[in-house]
Design a protein around this ligand. Structure first.
Ligand SMILES: Cc1cc2nc3c(=O)[nH]c(=O)nc-3n(C[C@H](O)[C@H](O)[C@H](O)COP(=O)(O)O)c2cc1C
Length: 369
């Protein structure tokens, strides 16, 4: 059976390991939500497949101004953003790395302070997701009930996905990941708690999945199925986004994506910071439904990853916080694989996850540093 340090083909790439970087929002984009040289340095530190990871799924990246909901997050809808991302992709490729862009529309998770003209955020239905938004000036404000999208507005958002996917290639990315997880817009359409529509985008699972699959089809048309992955989170537990039949809903979406022969499916097994209120569905429940590369994530160690790969539950593991804090994670895994039980691991510091500058970003030491 494969192990973490064995090769895997994803789309056009033969990756030397199955250690993948999970998408991590870091709120450190520059003016105009364009990536900077500092962002390029951060990704380059993790890009060498022999020491860092074999595929970087870059942080969630907005497809339009309407899509934004967090301060200083990057976009892929202006030329300046494309140019900023080019700094990142060039730096990653110079280290022999592979990098996909994660395409993002937060829907109701936004706040009027982000919206063009200060309007309401948009969603499938007028369901307030609750909690607080951090607005562009850094203030915390309660989220609001969004405006339900008119059916006639939806094609323009699907076009935004297509344009952002095309921009990703212009910016030098090797592919895109549609962010269908974590309670953002495609997920808001998918779940029956957040979608109360009565048109062809609501009601049956086929209708609720329509937005996500149209967004996937737009990305596939722009970049090809072999350069388009999709991330899903069947086990998210917020009451505003819960589905009454997650196994049925996500099995349908998985089968549809299998038919489209997407580059990979990325299924989060749990969301550690967002406890599931339903019994979590293990990733292996979806294995028989998807014959392409299946990535899983959330809370994995070297040992747990090895166990999953040996059992055949999935094909690769995405590491989030472990790679955030250990730019040379694969180098450390290599020592663990050789039986060294004494490999030190840097602990991630949550207080610098979303701050500015190099602290807690580009200053995590490697083993030899
Ligand atoms: C700082 C931080 C930022 C995150 N940003 C994103 C994101 O942009 N897109 C996404 O899909 N998930 C995001 N997540 C979730 C991670 O991709 C991952 O699912 C989570 O950290 C669990 O994996 P881990 O236990 O390996 O860290 C983020 C998590 C953290 C801690």
């Amino acid at each position: 059976m494969p192990d973490l340090l064995s090769p895997l083909t994803i789309g056009r790439h033969t990756l030397p390991t199955r250690v993948i970087m999970a998408p991590l929002t870091r709120c450190r984009a520059g003016p105009g939500n364009a990536p900077t040289a500092l962002n390029a340095e951060y990704y380059a530190q993790r890009a060498d497949p022999n020491t860092g990871c074999s595929l970087i799924i870059a942080e969630a990246t907005t497809i339009s101004q309407q899509a934004a909901g967090y301060p200083d997050t990057p976009g892929l809808f202006t030329d300046a953003q494309v140019a900023g991302w080019r700094l990142v992709t060039d730096a990653v490729h110079a280290r022999g790395g592979v990098i996909f862009a994660q395409l993002w529309h937060v829907g109701s998770i936004s706040h009027p302070d982000f919206q063009p003209g200060g309007g309401l955020p948009v969603s499938a239905s007028e369901v307030n997701p609750g909690g607080e938004a951090r607005t562009p000036d850094g203030a915390r404000k309660p989220r609001v009930a969004p405006r339900a999208l008119d059916r006639a507005e939806i094609p323009a958002i699907i076009d935004d996905y297509a344009r952002a996917a095309a921009n990703a290639l212009r910016a030098g990315f090797d592919g895109v990941e549609l962010h269908g997880a974590n309670g953002y817009l495609p997920h808001q359409f998918l779940s029956d708690a957040s979608n109360r529509r009565t048109d062809e985008y609501g009601g049956s699972v086929q209708n609720r999945a329509r937005f996500l699959l149209q967004a996937a089809d737009a990305c596939i048309a722009a970049v090809g199925p072999d350069r388009c992955g999709v991330r899903l989170s069947p086990n998210t537990g917020s009451p505003a986004i819960i589905d009454s039949d997650p196994l049925g809903t996500f099995s349908y979406v998985t089968r549809e994506l299998a038919e489209r022969r997407v580059a990979y499916l990325h299924i989060m097994e749990t969301v550690p910071t967002w406890p599931s209120v339903q019994p979590p569905i293990p990733v292996r429940a979806f294995r028989p439904l998807f014959d392409g590369p299946l990535i899983t994530n959330a809370g994995f160690t070297f040992e747990k990853a090895t166990e999953y790969l040996r059992r055949g539950d999935c094909d690769a593991i995405a590491f989030g916080r472990a790679l955030l804090a250990n730019p040379d994670l694969t180098a450390r895994f290599r020592r663990l694989a050789l039986g060294d039980r004494d490999v030190p691991m840097n602990e991630p510091d949550p207080s610098t996850f979303y701050t500015q500058g190099p602290a807690g970003y580009t200053d995590y030491p490697t083993l030899r540093a």
